[in-house]
Design a protein around this ligand. Structure first.
Ligand SMILES: NC(=O)C1=CN([C@@H]2O[C@H](COP(=O)(O)OP(=O)(O)OC[C@H]3O[C@@H](n4cnc5c(N)ncnc54)[C@H](OP(=O)(O)O)[C@@H]3O)[C@@H](O)[C@H]2O)C=CC1
Ligand SMILES: O=C1O[C@H](COP(=O)(O)O)[C@@H](O)[C@H](O)[C@H]1O
Length: 504
């Protein structure tokens, strides 16, 4: 696979802002360690954690070491080697002093290694309220014209179209689009990265990937836990901003875009933008909204039981949205995105249901369905009709199954999303990052819907029990959008023992 590369040098500096925070502890530092452990980061780089909290180097290191993953007896020495590369720098986000000191510290390291063209990666693991202040101070005090600078920004990139544009307007004069890496961590997930290959490296897939064969497409995100502990954050956000406007929409664009001319990041992102532009307005009767209540047995709390949320909150914790893509390939094919918290299971998957086989020989065979499970346990399987083996002349549904855990050995390293994306930043590959125009169109699409939902007269979400499959109307909503729940007959997974007899 050709991917463009502009790799940083061996004496680069990575600064993680918000290093005392949750994301840094749970994702950023574990990902940096994972890359180091696998030899994907040079052993000579410098990693600096920056935050306002008063922490000694030891405090900081013990904080980050608690979450490092993939440590075995054979590689445990790598933990200390990694920690030796790290240090902590205390400073404010809105005052120049901390940044000036940071510049001195980085320069000292670069001078020691005679680096004249520095490579500096700044990772903002920070609330968006301080993005601009940090970006300004970085530009003024820690930027290098001689070398290369990359700025990684975490979601949320705004709250709606206006605030997203405001943020863009603030960042644009400071860092060029080429220097900006907007992370959507779903783009770093293995199965999401495989979509381009699955579609465009397999003629058989390409041939049926259109309105002539596909009846409906679903992108489904389910979490088996509620907003426990994050209600305060979630109440202003809701499930649509939290995972749909970004993660699921990114998956949809990769699923629906035309073939890019190459693996060049701009070629890929150009195609994503084209398909985003072809998505029709979201109709208000094409949505299903829910909010979870207590579990049926009363052991799990309802959303409104969280003291950090407004007692009469209409915050949406479940949404299903029907979309149409108005282009030659997809006209008339319903795309449904659905996402919910506090459901019966945690699973993210794509389901492409094909049109039924022609009648005549087979009057009751089921529709083919291609499932790509993003998590847990990545898998691609195609449900097909097959003759029941043996003396039977009946058909049954079975599957062509590529479950990664069965197909690839456990010794084989599949990077976590953040590992994969930080590696891309280091290599200078923008393919899996969100470009400014993608962001703008995605907010244009979702802002009217959000305004409708959040207006005083907006719809009241249907209550569903914690631990259930979601709102009761889901089944009819999916039917309305072309998805047929097939009678699975003798389908069993993973092993089938058909209970049928042949005709004499
Ligand atoms: N946590 C997660 O799993 C995910 C987070 N994100 C995004 O990543 C970013 C960071 O998230 P997370 O680590 O959870 O956030 P935190 O709330 O943990 O904030 C990170 C650090 O920023 C500083 N900080 C917090 N609040 C403020 C404030 N009001 N003003 C100035 N500084 C503040 C604190 O450091 P100090 O006071 O020491 O300076 C804190 O340790 C956010 O944009 C979030 O939306 C995205 C996906 C997942
Ligand atoms: O961005 C977010 O994503 C997580 C889900 O990410 P995953 O990698 O665990 O699937 C979600 O729980 C969170 O609410 C949201 O902010």
């Amino acid at each position: 696979m050709n991917t463009s590369s502009d790799r940083f040098g061996d004496y680069s500096t990575i600064v993680v802002f918000g290093a005392s925070g949750d994301l840094a502890k749970k994702k950023t530092f574990p990902a940096l360690f994972g890359l180091f452990r696998e030899g994907e980061l040079p052993s000579t780089i410098r990693i600096i954690g920056y935050a306002r909290s008063k922490l000694s180097d030891e405090d900081f290191k013990s904080r980050i070491s608690a979450n490092l993953k993939g440590v075995t007896n054979e590689n445990k020495h790598k933990v200390q080697e990694f920690l030796n590369l790290c240090s902590y720098h205390q400073g404010a986000y809105d005052q120049p002093e901390g940044f000036k000191d940071l510049e001195t510290e980085i320069k000292k390291y670069e001078d020691k290694h005679s680096i004249t063209k520095p490579d500096r990666l700044f990772y903002l693991a920070l609330p968006p309220s301080v993005f601009t202040a940090v970006a300004k101070n970085l530009k003024e005090h820690v930027y290098t014209k001689e070398g290369r600078v990359r700025l990684v920004v975490e979601k949320p990139f705004g709250h709606d179209l206006a605030s997203s544009r405001e943020l863009q307007k603030d960042l644009a004069p400071l860092f060029s689009e080429n220097e900006l890496y907007r992370i959507d961590h779903y783009l770093g997930k293995e199965m999401v990265k495989n979509l381009v290959v699955l579609r465009f490296a397999n003629e058989v897939m390409g041939a049926c990937w259109n309105k002539n064969y596909v009846r409906s497409v679903q992108i489904s995100f389910k979490e088996a836990f509620g907003t426990e502990g994050r209600g305060g954050y979630f109440d202003d956000v809701g499930i649509i901003r939290d995972v749909m406007q970004n993660h699921l929409l990114q998956v949809l664009t990769l699923l629906a875009m035309e073939r890019p001319v190459s693996f060049d990041p701009e070629a890929i992102r150009d195609e994503k933008v084209k398909v985003l532009k072809a998505i029709g307005d979201i109709e208000t009767d094409d949505i299903l909204l829910g909010q979870y209540g207590k579990s049926e047995d009363g052991t799990k709390p309802g959303y409104l039981d969280d003291e950090t949320v407004k007692s009469d909150s209409k915050c949406v914790t479940y949404a299903a949205i029907g979309l149409q893509i108005h282009n030659e390939r997809w006209e008339g094919v319903p795309f449904v995105m659905r996402a919910g918290k506090a459901l019966n299971e945690s699973k993210v998957e794509i389901r492409i249901q094909f049109k039924p086989a022609s009648k005549g020989m087979f009057n009751s065979v089921e529709r083919n369905e291609l499932v790509m499970r993003i998590q847990p346990d990545e898998a691609i399987y195609l449900k097909i009709n097959s003759k029941i083996p043996g003396i039977s002349d009946q058909t049954s549904v079975t599957d062509l199954d590529m479950t990664y855990s069965k197909r690839y050995s456990k010794q084989f390293w599949i990077p976590e999303a953040y590992e994969s994306l930080i590696r891309d930043c280091f290599l200078g590959n923008h393919s899996n990052f969100v470009r400014d125009d993608e962001l703008d169109i995605s907010w244009k699409l979702f802002t009217p819907l959000l305004e409708h939902i959040e207006s005083k007269t907006g719809p009241v979400p249907e209550s569903y029990p914690y631990g259930s499959k979601g709102p009761k109307q889901l089944r009819s909503f999916l039917n309305k959008h072309g998805y047929v729940f097939e009678d699975q007959g003798s389908y069993e997974w993973p092993l089938t023992t058909p209970n049928v007899k042949g005709k004499i």
